[in-house]
Design a protein around this ligand. Structure first.
Ligand code: PMP
Length: 429
């Protein structure tokens, strides 16, 4: 469809692959030049409007350019910018609210991204335990850095080993990561039996959303809690996606299972760059801006007044308006509509998700529990119909196993439009 190839060509000349995030591997999408975003929609440089269900991988839970968030950022910019010493009242307010809302948080630090939050969480776990190994799960993604498995989806035949999708990572780093199948309690127990004394941390997306949606079996997260407690390892919930989106207190509030450390990002500031890590005070106390401390911590932009203002405005809205009620109802409406569409078209499909996150897999049931289960997804058909959706002015990321999101700005009409566009796009694929 009609992209602005002149702008895209300029981008490709000076930006590798023509994009800074997200879409490089998807043919055609690097030609998409985005010029505006508002509420449930974005507009490209040809003036074409799309109802956005990609939502930049998840941050704008309130919708794009939320007026309260935007106004708060502008107001902060008029009174304060980055000074890099001391602390601002906004940072104190934000930290207090986060500690109040998220069960595991006794203390919290701000970063600019989710990647930094997971990086520092694993560092401090190693500093606190004096151990080396980190356990992660297939299908979970924790950002781009050397200290954790870098790949989204360690292939099922590579359990126990690292299967990097990126080069340039030291083998020692990869060797320090144990990759286990999600929802496999026996594999977790076996790993602790064999390596317990060397496991610094277990890091997990409590709901692995980087491969769509795998819901944790009853007992799985509890087993992680039990094994890490028994062996003196640190349990890290990476709630960068689940935090604020599924509940103000994240999945730990919903499951009643409290990790030692939690990482946050994305929806916390509705799209402005804020990450956070928090948890047990005895662990968090190891962070210090004094060189030589067990976990020296710094970051030029940590706690930037404009993004802190964005986070405070976001939290205010999440706490005072029926955001979760709205997005949960729309999520249900979409899941029901998509289930009907696939049934009518006689296509084997699993429609799943949680709350505002919805996911379709083109494969027969049952609902997948592990990454290995997801290999049955019909990748070609999946990517094909999602590319066609864009022709109907509806945007879901055409990348295998990708989740979609509704926001507070989406309406029931938007939801129905997605369902109708899916019916046509799937039929024509
Ligand atoms: N953890 C999870 C669960 C994520 O989904 C992501 C980003 N998709 C990250 C960490 C990394 O966050 P960022 O992209 O802000 O560095």
């Amino acid at each position: 469809h009609p992209h602005d190839t002149e702008l895209a060509d300029r981008a490709r000349r000076v930006i590798p692959g023509g994009v800074n995030s997200g879409q490089r591997s998807i043919p055609g999408l690097a030609d998409l030049v985005i010029t505006a975003a508002d509420g449930a929609r974005f507009t490209d440089s040809t003036g074409r409007e799309y109802v956005d269900y990609h939502a930049a991988f998840g941050p704008p839970l309130l919708g794009h350019n939320d007026p309260d968030v935007t106004a708060a950022v502008a107001a902060a910019g008029r009174t304060l910018d980055l000074c890099g010493v001391g602390v601002t009242p906004g940072e104190i307010d934000l930290a207090e609210q986060l500690c109040e809302l998220v069960p595991s948080l006794e203390q919290v630090l701000l970063t600019s991204t989710g990647s930094e939050a997971t990086f520092h969480a694993l560092r401090v776990a190693r500093a606190a335990t004096g151990r080396r190994l980190v356990v992660k799960f297939q299908g979970c993604y924790h950002g781009w850095h050397d200290s954790v498995s870098l790949n989204v989806i360690s292939a099922p035949d590579r359990v126990g080993r690292h299967d990097p999708i990126s080069t340039g990572i030291l083998p020692e780093v990869l060797d320090a990561t144990l990759v286990l199948p999600f929802n496999d309690i026996e594999a977790v127990r076996a790993a602790f039996t064999e390596h317990g004394a060397d496991i610094a941390a277990v890091i997990v997306e409590p709901v692995p959303h980087n491969v769509g949606c795998l819901l944790p079996d009853t007992g799985f997260l509890q087993a992680l809690r039990d094994e890490t407690s028994r062996h003196g390892s640190v349990l890290v919930f990476d709630e960068v996606i689940t935090g604020f989106r599924h509940a103000l207190g994240g999945w730990q509030q919903l499951s009643g299972i409290t990790p030692d450390l939690t990482t946050l990002g994305k929806a916390i500031a509705n799209g402005y760059p804020v990450g956070a890590l928090g948890g047990r005070a005895d662990l968090m106390q190891l962070f210090s801006t004094t060189p030589g401390a067990p976990a020296f911590f710094a970051g030029t932009y940590n706690g930037h007044p404009a993004v802190v203002a964005a986070a405070l405005a976001t939290l205010r809205k999440l706490r005072t308006e029926p955001v979760h009620e709205h997005v949960f109802a729309l999520g249900d409406r979409i899941r029901a509509g998509l289930t009907d569409v696939f049934a009518e078209l006689n296509l084997p499909a699993v429609v799943t998700g949680y709350g505002s996150v919805f996911v379709s897999y083109l494969m027969s049931g049952p609902v997948p529990r592990t990454y290995a289960d997801l290999l049955r997804n019909d990748v070609g058909m999946f990517i094909g119909y999602r590319r066609r959706l864009a022709e109907h002015g509806v945007f879901e990321l055409p990348l295998n196993l990708k989740r979609s999101h509704v926001s507070y700005a989406h309406t029931a009409d938007d939801a129905d439009r997605l369902v109708e566009a899916t019916r046509t796009a799937v039929r024509d694929t």
